[in-house]
Design a protein around this ligand. Structure first.
Ligand SMILES: *Cc1c(COP(=O)(O)O)cnc(C)c1O
Length: 413
């Protein structure tokens, strides 16, 4: 598989990536690249970073043997990498805390971020509170309405949440607005991009911080089993948790599998699959070149997934390159398969995967039985599912939950 060092100086991975930014931001990006280069090659920085993550975010996260699921499928031994046990409940904090250390080093005092589902906004607000930065989060008006609990926590942690009313009022509009802010305030402000997308050096930088997942998982499986896994599975939204895991397994013998959101089905048009569906084509948007879900005029299409965190039009240029070169395999899972995977994992293991992560579980479950007991698979549980209680309870059609919501609503009358 590809290592991030394969990108050239201009941040291209094969034909993908690059940096399509306004002239005015060039100096800011140069400054960021310079600082990132320095820390990347400095073992003392990695030590500082991993100490911070172990004291603040429960790292190293465990690699849990899923004994009951293994027995249930009767094939490969199934292990789960527990990114759900990070502070704020997902892998997102790995990236955000790493960028926070960079912000301190650059002497900046303010951070901004875009968020769709709100998870990246909460992680960024958390980091800003911890490091004492001013913080503004951009969020589409539609998402502010849908994600009230996350907006509440961001504001309580001291962040200003700006509801973006431009365009279709979702994630891509929030990204545009965050870039507009950055252009105006670049002297004191850093834009904390949330995934392994966007202009160079963000794909490389976010992947670098997330590589802590794969580094740990490799050591852990070698210690537990004395050998490498046959396959590793991760869900793919922007691609950061997948890149995090995959970087731990550059070996030819390990197959890396990314699982995208097939929503209501790839043939319905209502999905968020860029690498597995013919609906996505190569283009340039949001500062980089990759596969985008766009129509013939380059207009971005509406996407759908039961998992808000996978509902994105683009994908990491690093994964696009791996896809094109056959260095990783990409699959997809439908909303229904994902709900079934959540149910099975809860019943068998007492673990609630986030709806995003459950795509990786669904992909792995499809293949576990065809492998033998000599094979090992690792599933990256990118986050915990507690946040999804509204969606999951709806999907399960739990009548007691419906009564509870109705009664709560009446309390406010
Ligand atoms: C945001 C999110 C994702 C998707 O982001 P990637 O950059 O593709 O990793 C996946 N899982 C969880 C739990 C998330 O919060």
């Amino acid at each position: 598989m590809s290592q991030d060092k394969e990108c050239n100086d201009r941040g291209y991975y094969g034909e993908f990536g690059g940096s399509f930014i306004p002239e005015i931001l060039v100096a800011t990006f140069d400054e960021l690249k310079r600082h990132f280069r320095e820390i990347k090659d400095d073992p003392a920085f990695w030590q500082t970073y991993s100490d911070l993550m172990s004291n603040y975010s429960c790292r190293p996260t465990p690699l849990t043997f899923a004994e009951n699921l293994t027995r249930h499928f009767g094939g490969a031994k199934i292990y789960i990498k527990r990114e759900d046990l990070n502070h704020t409940g997902a892998h997102k904090l790995n990236n955000v805390m790493g960028q926070g250390l960079l912000v301190k080093r650059m002497g900046k005092t303010r951070v901004i971020a875009e968020t769709g589902a709100g998870q990246h906004g909460v992680a960024t607000a958390t980091m800003a509170a911890k490091f004492g930065f001013e913080c503004t989060i951009y969020m589409g008006e539609v998402d502010v309405k849908r994600q009230r609990p996350n907006v509440f926590w961001m504001e309580q942690m001291g962040a200003t949440v700006v509801s973006v009313t431009d365009g279709t009022r979702i994630l891509k509009d929030a990204i545009n607005e965050a870039f507009r802010d950055w252009v105006t305030n670049m002297d004191n402000t850093h834009y904390v991009l949330g995934t392994a997308c966007g202009p160079h050096p963000f794909p490389e930088m976010v992947s670098f911080f997330q590589s802590i997942i794969g580094k740990e998982a490799r050591q852990q499986i070698l210690k537990l089993e004395g050998k490498l896994p046959t396959r590793v599975f991760a869900c793919v939204g922007g691609g950061s948790n997948a890149m995090g895991l995959f970087q731990g397994f550059p070996d030819k013998s390990v197959e890396c599998v990314g699982v995208e959101a097939a929503g209501h089905g790839l043939h319905t048009g209502q999905h968020a699959s860029r690498l597995c569906s013919p609906d996505a084509t190569v283009g340039v948007a949001q500062g980089y070149k990759t596969y985008f879900l766009q129509n013939d005029d380059g207009q971005m299409r509406e996407t759908h997934s039961i998992a808000a965190g996978l509902d994105y039009i683009g994908v990491s240029p690093i994964l696009s390159k791996m896809h094109q070169k056959g260095e990783a395999r990409f699959e997809s899972a439908t909303d229904q398969e994902v709900i079934d995977a959540v149910k099975l994992t809860m019943r068998q293991e007492g673990i609630i995967p986030a709806l995003e992560s459950a795509h990786a579980f669904a992909g792995a479950f499809r293949e576990a039985a065809e492998l033998s007991s000599d094979d090992i698979i690792i599933i990256n549980q990118s986050g915990r599912g507690d946040k999804d209680i509204f969606t999951v309870a709806d999907a399960f059609g739990d009548p007691k939950w419906r009564d509870f919501i109705k009664e709560k609503a009446l309390d406010y009358k």
